[in-house]
Ligand binder design. Structure first.
Ligand code: UD1
Ligand code: UDP
Length: 385
């Protein structure tokens, strides 16, 4: 039996991990034994526990309960806890997802004690090192042994940074293996889309009308913490509501909910909370979220995952960031980058109203990325024996 330790901590990682846990349960439970470590980076019931219940993920074997803190304090507490678990469990692989502080902590802890790292969602780059995530993902990639990139762009980024696509096994951190294998988030969306449409009551519970609302999420630190940017975004949303008569569904990340009143002008805040078409909501479960995505007419977001899910469900998407790691969806015209500029957001909206995107070619694999990754973890463990 090959033992792997999986690190999760933030909401999207819990969701991504569901795909690999499901593949292990369905096809590889005789060969892979997964130990799940939750760092506790996200801890509210609707940012963590709900996903375990809904997505059928095994409960974490360990919870480090680190909670919120500055980057340094939070990451340091995680490193300490993860190191102790790795020394005790001695896994064949440490599996890391994405680019959060939990990812970085896992990468630092494992690489120093020579536990090989498999990084899922490798190679993504914004080329903007002001983003904490850009630092996390670059550092993690460069101490990983197996790098699983969801897109061709991610794979090419790795090659450009010096990763050799012609390396041969046995792979080690100095001779890593890189793969273009599709996106585990696409696996999940395919798996849960139908169930979400059948089960979710989120539209009914929030008086939302299918196809008559825009789904919006905002949580990036630069958007929430910089009042001018948050103000521009909300002014644009209010103007879109006025022009279109559409509703806006806004499941708010706790970070945004906490800062809305202080970082918007008093007038804008009043306009937002008193507008009957603006539906401010608590964070929703994954099934509710993909029901919201499937029934929306448009998506406006600064989330990495929500950008992609908008694409999976063929919804035009306005990206509230200066750039994106998922540049293919912009290149094919399904998404537009508008940053946090009221003018750019409104221009992107007008373009989508005049000419909605029609073409959503396959970019994120075949829905079997997690199966491929599990097979490769087994194969590479056997080769390195
Ligand atoms: C983190 C990730 C980001 C990811 C996001 C997913 C880093 C650097 N950032 O950002 O890449 O896109 O998760 O959602 O790792 N909070 C709560 N309850 C919770 C969790 C957070 O109230 O359960 C509040 C706290 O005030 C906290 C703030 O949200 O200080 C930010 O949380 P944190 O995990 O530090 O960063 P995120 O913005 O969630
Ligand atoms: N999501 C969710 N409920 C919400 C908002 C998001 O289940 O209220 C899901 C969403 O469907 C996607 C993931 O969380 O799968 C994206 O996470 P988030 O936007 O927090 O982070 P990012 O992807 O930007 O790292």
């Amino acid at each position: 039996m090959i033992k792997i330790v999986t690190i999760i901590g933030a909401r999207p990682q819990i969701i991504k991990a569901a795909a690999l846990s499901r593949a292990i349960k369905n096809s590889f439970s005789d060969r892979l034994h997964e130990i799940i470590v939750h760092t506790g980076q996200h801890y509210d019931e609707n940012m963590s526990e709900v996903f375990f219940r809904e997505l059928g993920i095994p409960l974490p074997n360990y919870n480090l309960n680190v909670g919120s803190a500055s980057h340094g304090v939070q990451t340091a507490r995680m490193i300490e806890g993860i190191e102790a678990i790795l020394i005790k469990e001695k896994p064949a692989w440490l599996v890391l997802y994405g680019d959060t502080n939990s990812t970085l902590a896992g990468a630092v802890a494992a690489s120093k004690i020579h536990v090989p790292i498999a990084h899922i969602e490798a190679g993504l780059r914004s080329f903007n090192k002001a983003m904490p995530e850009e630092i996390n993902r670059i550092l993690c990639d460069h101490c990983s042994t197996l790098l699983f990139s969801p897109t061709e762009t991610g794979f090419k980024n790795l090659v450009q940074e010096g990763f050799n696509p012609n390396n041969h096994p046995p792979y080690i951190a100095d001779n890593p293996g890189i793969y273009h294998c599709g996106d585990v988030m696409f696996d999940n969306s395919l798996h849960f889309a139908e169930l979400a449409m059948k089960q979710s009551q989120v539209l009914k519970n929030n008086q939302l009308i299918a196809d008559q609302y825009i789904l919006c999420t905002i949580h990036r630190n630069n958007n929430t913490d910089e009042p001018e940017r948050l103000q521009q975004i909300f002014e644009a949303l209010l103007e879109i509501v006025k022009q279109s008569g559409k509703q806006i569904a806004l499941p708010l990340h706790p970070r945004t909910a906490k800062l809305l009143k202080t970082n918007l002008s008093p007038k804008c805040y009043q306009d937002v909370i008193s507008n009957p078409l603006v539906h401010l909501m608590e964070p929703v479960s994954f099934l509710d979220m993909i029901a919201l995505e499937q029934n929306a007419s448009h998506v406006i977001t600064d989330s990495g995952g929500v950008q992609k899910e908008a694409y999976f469900f063929q919804k035009p998407c306005i990206i509230l960031r200066p750039e994106t790691e998922w540049k293919e969806i912009v290149e094919v015209g399904a998404a537009q980058i508008a940053d946090a500029s009221k003018t750019k957001i409104l221009a992107a909206w007008s373009r989508f109203v005049e000419a909605p995107p029609m073409d959503f070619p396959s970019i994120f694999g075949d829905g079997q990325a997690a199966h491929f990754i599990a097979e490769e973890l087994i194969k590479q463990s056997q080769i390195s024996k």
